[in-house]
Design a binder for this molecule. Structure first.
Ligand code: BES
Ligand code: ZN
Length: 592
């Protein structure tokens, strides 16, 4: 027995599934999926087989052609869920499980029509990363195991289903439903299984890229993301040919808890990216880069999450640099530095969560989530690149991708590969300090630009009366303004807020990074005129990145603590379960 992933019951002495055949019937009234999954092993297996499940009602377990086989669903662990233990007779090469998902399955958010843009039909979406696939499908829910899949999804007529897979036809069932078929020929880890069902329309952006959204927003989405083909071409320059055939995107309703999720062939995106000025497309560059770093070469467990995210942030900034130049990339690194500092401060009492190579036995990976694997990880990658030079690092990356495509690897495997290809580089950049020590090494690369220095100096002079001039303000891009706001003192006065809003028209911003940065400052300053907007954002948007600072700022001030609680009570029925957990923990910090 050996358990390579602390968050899964998968035992590496047991066979790995190679392929899944899924039949999912989506019931919006019951908020349940009635599912059947056939796990194909591609060879004869026998003996004990353990699957991950959480909250699933198991109805039957069969070997197709043979009949029912013995199974046992164990008592649930709060993090991992329940082990489903099957006893598989000799000569078996596939097993079928029929089941029902729970209405509160963490992977699934069921939205009423009122929570959608069109307000006429319900909506369902999944979010399986980190370990929520097991609330949707019984499976070996660890990235150590990769599966191809095919699926048949039956939904009410008039709604469309999309998945992290290629479409393979659809037809009316004749009883008021419609079945959509999908196939994903390449092997993926379970956390990349994805499904969404709603009133959806699409627009082609290039021969291989398309955006999906509700009909009300699809044209805005097509405009915002029109540059995606350019990004794909730039990413191919970094990593090699795009490996997944199509790159489609789905813009979700505003309760989607993340900015983006790199589901293969169908990136999921928050609608808060629709700023109207293409200023938030760095999130698309990020999710696209995951097509290689994460989806093609995958972390073997959440203990190696930095291999996914650190590489992807580095790649995202590389893509932005080729598209928009050095200054734009430097701003990206500066925003990342701020996120890193905030996360290090949040985990001050938990230094073990600030190392890159994590040890997560008994720790919920959603609780360990922060910007640290992203930004500390990206700085380690950048340090390696600086150490060996851009060209040699580029060749290394190509080798790394080639050697590990469609596999899931550990930090130790990564280090062994670097040692073989770039001997001495890990020691030279003090990789051990990034991987195994808390905080950020003093030797970490710095990213400077003249513009960044100007913004920093101006923001630092705020307290002594320094203000940008009208012509400076007029020349700033959205991200320059964002960096400036991020560098302002956290505690400004109501009079400062008046000045800021008057000069930057912050209250009406469509760019949610700016809007939320501003509202966070305003909340901390107890600036009354901002409160209606704060309520509006908290009642509409479920992206955790925005909920955390806004609720944090409200709860930190005694006068607005009750408001934070009231807003949460009003908003939480519309939040995703993950968002609800994050807000509850933020508020708890200030309860006494
Ligand atoms: N894979 C992540 C989202 C994620 C992380 C989901 C952990 C569940 C658990 C995605 O690629 C991501 O990093 N999204 C960021 C985008 C940003 C870094 C550009 C986000 O949602 O903010
Ligand atoms: Zn990511």
């Amino acid at each position: 027995m050996s358990f390579p992933d602390p968050h899964s019951y998968y035992d590496s002495a047991q066979p790995k599934a190679r392929r899944l055949r899924l039949k999912l019937r989506v019931d919006f009234d019951a908020k349940r999926i009635a599912g059947e999954v056939v796990l194909e092993f591609g060879r004869d297996i026998a003996g004990t087989l353990d699957l991950d499940t959480k909250g699933l009602e198991i109805q039957s377990v069969q070997v197709p052609g043979l009949g029912p086989i013995p199974w046992e669903l164990e008592e649930p662990d709060a993090i991992k869920g329940s082990r489903l233990r099957l006893e598989v007779p000799a000569g078996t090469h596939e097993v079928a499980v029929t089941y029902l998902t729970a209405p509160d399955a963490m992977a699934l958010q069921w939205l009423d029509a009122a929570q959608t843009e069109g307000k006429v039909a319900p909506y369902l979406f999944s979010q399986c990363q980190q370990i929520h696939a097991r609330t949707m499908v019984p499976c070996q829910d660890t990235p150590v195991v990769r599966v191809a899949y095919q699926a048949e999804v039956t939904v009410p007529e008039g709604l469309t289903a999309v998945m992290s897979a290629g479409p393979a036809g659809d037809e009316a069932t004749g009883d008021g439903r419609h079945t959509f078929r999908f196939t994903m020929p390449q092997p993926i880890p379970s956390y990349l299984l994805a499904l969404a069902v709603g009133r959806l329309a699409s627009r082609d952006l290039s021969p291989r890229a398309r955006v999906w959204a509700e009909p009300e927003t699809v044209d805005a989405a097509a405009w915002e993301f029109a540059g995606v083909e350019d990004m794909i071409v730039k990413a191919e320059g970094l990593f090699g040919t795009y490996p997944w055939d199509r790159y489609d995107m789905l813009v979700l309703p505003p309760s989607f808890p993340y900015g983006g999720m790199e589901n293969p062939r169908m990136t999921f995106l928050t609608p808060t990216l629709l700023a109207g000025d293409r200023s938030l497309v760095d999130v698309v560059a990020h999710e696209l880069a995951h097509s290689w770093t994460g989806n093609l070469v995958t972390n073997a467990s959440m203990e190696h999450f930095w291999l996914n995210e650190g590489f992807t942030v580095w790649a995202e900034r590389k893509i932005l640099r080729t598209l928009h130049g050095d200054d734009a990339a430097a701003l990206g690194w500066a925003m990342g530095q701020k996120a890193l500092e905030d996360s290090l401060a949040r985990f001050q009492a938990e230094p073990h969560l600030t190392v890159l190579r994590l040890h997560l036995e008994g720790i919920d990976p959603d609780d360990a989530f922060s910007s640290i694997p992203y930004e500390k990880g990206a700085r380690l990658v950048a340090a390696l690149e600086r150490e060996v030079g851009e060209e040699r690092f580029h060749r290394f990356l190509r080798d790394y991708m080639d050697a590990h495509r469609f596999t899931s690897i550990t930090t130790e495997q990564f280090c062994a590969f670097v040692d073989a290809k770039l001997p001495g580089a890990l020691e030279a950049v003090h990789a051990d300090a990034y991987l195994n020590e808390p905080g950020l090494p003093a030797s970490a690369p710095q990213f400077q630009s003249a513009q960044l220095d100007t913004l920093t100096a101006l923001a630092e002079s705020w307290a002594t009366g320094g203000r940008p001039t009208a012509s400076q303000i007029a020349g700033w891009s959205t991200n320059e303004l964002l960096v400036y706001l991020q560098k302002l003192p956290r505690q400004v006065t109501a009079a400062d807020c008046v000045w800021l809003d008057a000069h930057f028209q912050l209250m009406g911003r469509g760019n949610h990074e700016i809007l939320v940065e501003w509202l966070t400052l305003a909340a901390a300053a107890d600036y009354e005129p901002a409160f209606p907007k704060i309520s509006e954002v908290l009642l509409r948007v479920g992206r955790m990145k925005y909920l955390r600072p806004l609720y944090g700022a409200l709860a930190a001030t005694p006068r607005t603590r009750a408001l934070a609680r009231d807003l949460f009570a009003a908003a939480s029925p519309g939040y995703h379960g993950l968002s609800r957990r994050v807000v509850a923990s933020v508020l708890e910090t200030y309860e006494k």
